[in-house]
Write a protein that binds this ligand. Structure first.
Ligand code: NAD
Length: 261
């Protein structure tokens, strides 16, 4: 446990399932007050909030679309009214869909960029303004992806959004480092969440994914949550502008694993 996190306030976007729920629960274990954002899945958000409370934290849920400036403002106002301020903002909400790039519609491009990149910008901007107004230190964590580094054919919009998050994070880290505001990315690899449910239910597709992971297994959302807790804590107080890959080695050119090449 990181004692300095007790009773601090976290906002997490897209917390109604998957990695967002796992991070919420872990922050609850750390004794934090956790605002769980959801877009449409209120039931999932309520379940996540329950997990936070069972783990020992306090929680509240708020509906908002991360791609809308009003939505993000609503989240921040809600967190302040519920818990008196914000110490940690986690941009976790994300989406993906698969299309060959020559067939990718502008609408699909914009939907993915809006949630995965514009959402990160809007959440970060709101959190920065709050930290600056209160003249306090703060931490922002973006859930990026191994695809901020690894190209992903037929997911060009997703890869572009996560690559954008990488440069965004490095830039903002530099811009606000002297204000003691830290911003870091977590780059998950293949994690067992609803976003991958269909793929991992197919044994052939699962085996293909595992082949790309030097540790030869899929990751658990709790393993991503552990990285988030560390990045939120004072144990990482000198860390800003980095991506912490939580990927079982997926970003390490796994085809070289046997020593060939
Ligand atoms: P998920 O589909 O289980 O969860 C995504 C969450 O984002 C959902 O709760 C969804 O409702 C929410 N969301 C989507 N659009 C939203 C919007 N407009 N406003 C608010 N919330 C919105 O997926 P996950 O695997 O838990 O993914 C979480 C993050 O991790 C995403 O950013 C994803 O790109 C990233 N990621 C996941 C993996 C993986 O293997 N699961 C790998 C790399 C990166």
């Amino acid at each position: 446990m990181y004692k300095e996190l007790i009773q601090k306030v976290a906002v997490i976007t897209g917390g109604s399932k998957g990695i967002g729920t796992a991070i919420s629960e872990r922050l609850g274990q750390e004794g934090m007050n956790v605002v769980v954002n959801y877009n449409s899945d209120k039931k999932g958000a309520l379940e996540a909030a329950e997990k936070v409370e069972e783990a020992g934290g306090r929680s509240a849920i708020i509906q908002a679309d991360v791609g809308s400036e009003e939505g993000v403002q609503k989240m921040i106002d809600f967190a302040i009214s519920k818990f008196g301020g914000i110490d940690l903002w986690i941009n976790n909400a994300g989406m993906e869909n698969q299309h060959s790039t020559h067939e990718l519609s502008l609408e699909d491009w914009e939907r993915v960029i809006n949630v995965n990149l514009t959402g990160v910008f809007l959440g970060t901007k709101a959190a920065l303004n709050h930290f600056l107004e209160k003249n306090k230190a703060g931490s922002i964590i973006n859930i990026s992806s191994v695809h901020e580094k690894i190209p992903w054919p037929t997911f060009a919009h997703y890869a572009a959004s996560k690559g954008g998050v990488k440069q965004f994070t490095e830039t903002v880290a530099m811009e606000y480092a002297d204000k003691n505001i830290r911003i870091n990315n977590i780059g998950p690899g293949a994690i067992n969440t609803p976003i991958n449910a269909a793929k991992f239910a197919d044994p052939e597709k699962l085996a293909n994914t595992v082949k790309m992971v030097p540790m030869k297994r899929i990751g658990d959302p709790k393993e991503v949550a552990a990285a988030a807790a560390w990045l939120a804590s004072d144990e990482s107080s000198y860390v800003t502008g980095v991506t912490l890959f939580v990927d079982g080695g997926m970003t390490l050119y796994p085809s070289f694993q046997g020593g060939q090449g």
